[in-house]
Design a binder for this molecule. Sequence first.
Ligand code: AGP
Length: 608
Amino acid sequence: MCGIVGYVGPQRATPLLVDGLKRLEYRGYDSAGVAVMNGKGVETRRAAGKIARLEQVIAEEPPLGTLGIAHTRWATHGPPTERNAHPHLSHDGTIALVHNGIIENYSALKQSLQARGYVFHSDTDTEVLANLIQEAFAGNLEAAVIEALRQVEGTYGIAVISSLDTEKIVAARKGSPLLIGLGDGEYFVASDASAILRHTRQVIYLDDGEVAVVARDGYRIVDLDAHAQDKPVTRIEWDLEHIEKGGYAHFMLKEIFEQPTTVSNTMRGRLILEEGFSKLGGLNMTREQLLSVDNVIITACGTSWHSALIGEMMIEELCRIPTEVEYASEFRYRNPIIGPNTLCIVISQSGETADTLAAMREAKRRGAHTLGLVNVVGSTIAREDHGGIYLHAGPEIGVASTKAFTSQVVALALFTLKLARLRDLSVERGRQIAQALADLPKQIQSILDRAPEIEALAEEFKRASNFLYLGRGYNFPAALEGALKLKEISYIHAEGYPAAEMKHGPIALIDEMMPVVFIAPHDAVFEKVVSNIQEVKARKGRIIAITTREEPSLKGQIDYEFRIPETVDLLTPVLASIPLQLLAYYIAVKRACNVDQPRNLAKSVTVE
Ligand code: AGP
């Protein structure tokens, strides 16, 4: 997604702004730019492509000044070109603005501005806002920004400067994350703390409808009625080295190998082995409220939707509560049935996915109790839900989600364990699940230790054009996740399917060129999966099987077998996903793909 950085203080702004943009590269972007107050007016430099290109443009004639704003753009309106890159200037060049989000009524606003003589130079919705601010300006920048925002429908995170009100940055948010950084005699604006972490750990998260005025001597935060807002200062605990690669070739590989630790961190202080129970402090639900839940909706997008499918099976199997999973983008526009005892679980690594946030707000509006399973502390979903479970997986920089997925499944297991043990789950079964959770980190490590085997497998299949991933029960979502990992970073077409469903169509695809990955642990449906493997083998499919036991019936049926440790059915997806993450990673590397920033993708989709 787009990134925003702003600076005002004693130092030259340009180097700080560019460094901040580099810390945001992981979010995915396709153009970048800076605007600096140079004592005479606003000076901008912009470039399509990566920040290195922007640095070349800046080097030709660096803008001088100690106040400025900067942006990395992920194209939504208009192609990724220099003319569409932010910052955008108003018609008379006195206003410079960077914007994350989408202005939904921009075309009507643009037409009316054009009718009043405003000339536009880009295809973006953002330029409309710069001109609305110019039109509203009467000597005070924040007043003009507030006036302009009143006309806007949609979402925004913006930073604005003006050559007519030169000593301030005005920032505002609605639906797109933005924070203020409090330095030592200097202040920052950013869409993500990693952009300014090397300067300060003290931040203030803006909420929707708030406007910040940041100057050399301090900051003010008001609402759209210009009423002062008293906001808490948050200390960021993550260290920058957490965000660096730590010696691995890519963030994604680092995050795959972090999973023994991150899964441990998700469980830290929450697992009560001897009682087969879990302790979750942030639910904000009484025992009575938990017991009164009579239906559950889990809503999410992408990988988080896959973990939601696993959560659905856990809750129905162990808590005996009707549960359904909804794509957030669909849920938010349906007319869902939400009762007074509906629990809505919202899963989001970033806590900023626009569709998931909107779905949660819709569920809240209709009276559901909302629980966020979120990784980023202080993110919008985490601040707006009724309660939640932080994943504690640390920053996930690679666009392809890996450690967040396994932590989401573990968090769902912790929640299920708590709820089930309040209802009918026996202490023995609870202890069995708790112990299986406690064993996961070591089991994950034992798989990671065999990564070279997966790398060799990747060498075999790096030229494949299509993949099929098949699994049953808890491992059908694991098959979906394995397919998503491969397609999003290697660009190989891959589909996940329930293993039995293959007979109803996809089996037509099977030939000697089609690799088929079976997730085939020795669980309750293992024999059924064996039949599916035989059906594929009969059609010369090339079979990769993730298994947990030596099986005579599979002899001669499998081309490549990768054994994982045994665990309880509901946790198999955690272990099965590790070799599939590695398979996708190594194939993508061997295909010279940009593993951490795959084409067209963004780490957090904060637009619809
Ligand atoms: C997963 O590898 C993708 N990057 C994507 O599907 C992601 O899971 C989805 O956009 C949801 O993101 P969230 O968990 O931050 O809401």
